[in-house]
Write a protein that binds this ligand. Structure first.
Ligand code: ZN
Length: 505
């Protein structure tokens, strides 16, 4: 191996090391940290964030990248290098070229504002007080606009931010996907609403937290999550975090009046964790930027595939329903498999995105996408967020949020500075539908699920999607796995077939 390449691997490993330490402190902030530690934790995270940034912009990285022939037009460097080296250089170059444009004080200021913003959001949400969160959101937005201007002053800020989560995407491209999707989802929703509604009242029976915890643990292990390399905890907003190669943690939340919330949150986060646990770069690139997901959209394809395509399907529950009934106790007594399947697939406009059905979910994402685009462009002021949110909820879903806690304060993303993340959820649904079509050519998915052979399904995902990690861009991965670029038609087709059966049209 060329000495410059080895040096780059060593330097990048240090950056990842610091980032993982920061992940552990951020995880602790959401799970176990005493409330009095808020300010101090924000300082600690800001320091680590600054330190990771310093490592990412180490001048030696720029020198080695140049020596290996990497440039904007050729980020993979010298064509005579082996493909693994070129993949590593391409990812590293992208990170370096981005980070080097960000002033260190902006990075630490942003980390601190986001840490404080998250604590403020948790309080504002529980007290239904948007005005307490407003100054934090204004500050975070201002910092994001400044960052976008540093990264690419020629582009619209939202375009720059979208590209961070889904490399290659921008507002116009997302709109080209979302505009027809909005029409398709709205027309499917109208057809469903013309049919008699299914009964899901049994899902609201009280279910103790202990039983839900047991169900969460049962299903995460069943699907292949390695508890020796992870753990399950409780937070206000479920998430997955990677603390290291052998430490990928997930969280869930429990509602004793709606056990489905924890069940599907856990399966969703398990999907993320299976991806992270399955990323498998060549040994010499372990612990570097290659050991990461391809994009947030690809990440969401994995979580939403396990949650929806598997976790809300007849083949899966025809095997697992008895186990769920046993672990939950009395809650599902007298509820048939058919009734359960209809109940968990009930389509009805609702307020909370994370609990939305597969049809209206995309409409929630379109709402957030449009609001983010307006906030970043300045068309929408932060003080007008609650009113705009409520108007869009009426327009897209035909319902009215009774409070900001169930409206514009429901999601963690903006408090964490994740502007540009939301579209990934819908892109994830589209990727998932297209990947599953490819999977079905190699595997009898329904048959595997009916037999409880989740290992074969996971094995296919590991080989085709997880193992390459960040080596491929999302569009490259999609073409390699499915032979085609991303096409929303697969997802719309999946939904139409599924709900024609459930609602009988
Ligand atoms: Zn997710």
């Amino acid at each position: 191996m060329k000495p410059e390449l080895q040096n780059l691997i060593d330097l990048d490993r240090e950056r990842v090391l610091v980032a993982h330490i920061a992940s552990l402190l951020a995880w602790d902030q959401e799970t176990h940290m005493p409330p009095g530690a808020e300010e101090e934790r924000a300082e600690q995270l800001a320091w680590l964030e600054g330190s990771a940034h310093e490592k990412a912009v180490d001048p030696r990285i720029g020198e080695h990248l140049a020596a290996l022939g990497c440039s904007d037009s050729n980020p993979g460097g010298d064509p005579s290098l082996d493909p693994d080296a070129r993949a590593f250089l391409r990812v590293l170059y992208r990170t370096y070229a981005r980070e080097v444009k960000l002033p260190a004080d902006l990075v630490t200021e942003t980390a601190k504002a986001q840490s404080l913003g998250q604590s403020a959001w948790v309080r504002a949400r529980s007290e239904n007080d948007f005005s307490a969160f407003r100054p934090h959101l204004e500050r975070i937005l201002d910092l994001k606009r400044r960052a976008a201007a540093c990264l690419d002053p020629a582009k619209k800020p939202y375009d720059v931010l979208l590209d961070l989560f889904e490399p290659g995407s921008d507002e116009a491209q997302v709109r080209r996907v979302f505009d027809p999707l909005r029409k398709d989802l709205s027309s499917l929703l109208a057809r469903i609403r013309s049919r008699p509604q299914v009964d899901d009242s049994f899902l609201r029976k009280p279910c103790p937290k202990d039983a839900q915890t047991a169900a969460s643990r049962y299903f995460m292990e069943l699907l292949g999550y390695d508890l020796d390399r992870g753990r399950l905890d409780v937070t206000a907003h479920p998430f997955t975090t990677t603390v290291g190669r052998a430490d990928v943690r997930i969280t869930t939340r429990y509602d004793e009046g709606y056990f489905l919330s924890s069940l599907f949150s856990t399966i969703h986060e398990t999907g993320h964790a299976l991806y992270e646990q399955g990323v498998n770069p060549p040994a010499e690139y372990a612990g570097t930027c290659l050991a990461d997901g391809a994009s947030m959209g690809i990440h969401e394809s994995q979580s939403r595939m396990w949650e929806n395509v598997v976790g809300r399907s007849r083949p899966f529950w025809s095997r697992e329903y008895p186990a769920l009934r046993a672990v939950l106790g009395e809650v599902l007594s007298g509820v048939s498999l058919d009734a359960f399947l209809r109940g968990i697939n009930k389509v009805e406009p609702s307020l909370i995105r994370t609990e939305a059905d597969e049809v209206t979910y995309g409409l929630h994402i379109i709402l957030r996408f449009e609001m983010e685009a307006d906030l970043l462009s300045g068309r929408l002021a932060v003080q007008d967020v609650p009113a705009a949110w409520n108007a869009k909820t009426r327009d897209l879903l035909g319902i009215e949020p009774p409070s900001d806690a169930k409206g514009c304060l429901q999601d963690v993303h903006w408090s964490a500075g994740l502007f540009g993340y939301f579209p990934s959820y819908s892109l994830g649904n589209l990727y998932a539908a297209q990947f599953v079509q490819a999977l079905r050519k190699d595997l009898d998915l329904d048959g595997r699920l009916r037999e409880g052979d989740y290992a074969s399904v996971l094995g296919w995902l590991r080989k085709h999607i997880h193992a390459p990690g960040a080596a491929l861009l999302p569009n490259e991965l999609c073409e390699r796995v499915t032979g085609k670029p991303l096409d929303a038609a697969h997802f719309v087709d999946y939904l139409n077939r599924k709900y024609a059966e459930i609602y009988g049209f």
